[in-house]
Design a protein around this ligand. Structure first.
Ligand code: SAH
Length: 260
């Protein structure tokens, strides 16, 4: 099985290669539940009118070729301005990446949409259990909560893990589980996952992710190619092994090990 190379988004579909998970057992991470607390209030005024702004943002993303209705619905529903600092609220609906603290960034909406559409491609209805590596500010986790039954989102930086928990409180999403841990190890308790998505790119795709991906499941992540350039990579796990498709060049923050 390979990913469909003829969709308009598959601009750079190239190599397909087999990846076999090695037999090492991954180490477990700690799951931290999302508990209720008051949410941050932004005072800039974007909040009141943000629905119209979001609809426009989604129209622009659709005009670039993103056609998945589930992703469009999620982008319309989730208020991106609630995930950025007050000073950045006016830019929240521009197609731009924004700093979220601790040297990390929230990806631009068109890239997030592209990755989510790839996760949904070829499947109907909601995705089952999804693992996200790199919770960051929690924006993509909130989007995933609309397109998947359960979302397990891992962040290695405590400061961002706490920030995401605070940001997400307002949305009351019982199907989002935030985990403080090293995402390179995945989260075996939630496995097998029908989809895995990473917002950080390493030199290779960690074996733990391939193990924890269900047969029939799909992984979308940035990964460095031998030339040192990051590319978006799609891996489909079949009964006969994993099939990798390398797509367009991308620029994501590095995947790092350990918890800080
Ligand atoms: N999806 C996020 C994007 C955050 S940027 C959002 O919507 O905001 C990528 C994140 O990956 C950063 O927060 C970074 O700390 C995190 N990250 C990098 N390596 C990681 C690892 N091994 N495990 C978990 N998170 C990791």
């Amino acid at each position: 099985m390979n990913t469909t190379p003829d969709t308009p988004q598959r601009l750079h579909a190239a190599q397909a290669q087999r990846v076999t998970p090695s037999p090492k057992a991954p180490v477990s991470n700690t799951k931290v539940p999302v508990s209720p607390m008051t949410h941050r209030v932004h005072t800039s005024g974007v909040g009141m009118d943000s629905q119209a702004i979001r609809f426009t943002m989604v129209q622009k993303i659709q005009a670039q070729g993103m056609q998945d209705p589930r992703v469009a619905e999620a982008l319309r529903a989730v208020e991106r301005h609630r995930f950025v600092d007050s000073a950045l609220v006016p830019q929240a609906y521009e197609d731009t990446s924004l700093p979220i603290g601790l040297g990390q960034t929230i990806s631009k909406p068109s890239v997030v949409a592209r990755m989510l559409a790839l996760l949904c491609e070829g499947r109907s209805g909601k995705l089952g259990r999804v693992m996200e590596i790199g919770t960051g500010c929690g924006y993509q986790a909130a989007l995933l909560s609309h397109i998947a039954q359960e979302v397990y989102s891992i962040e290695r930086l405590r400061g961002l893990h706490d920030k995401a928990r605070e940001n997400l409180r307002h949305f009351r999403l019982p199907n989002v589980h935030l985990i403080l841990g090293d995402g390179m190890l995945g989260f075996p308790s939630g496995a097998p996952y029908s989809a895995i998505i990473s917002a950080a790119g390493g030199l290779s795709i960690p074996q733990a992710w391939l193990y924890q991906l269900a047969v029939g499941g799909r992984l979308v992540a940035p990964s460095e190619s031998p030339s040192g350039q990051q590319h978006l990579v799609v891996i489909d796990k079949t009964e006969n092994g994993c099939v990798q498709t390398v797509l367009e060049p991308v620029l994501f923050v590095p995947l790092k090990s350990g918890v800080m």
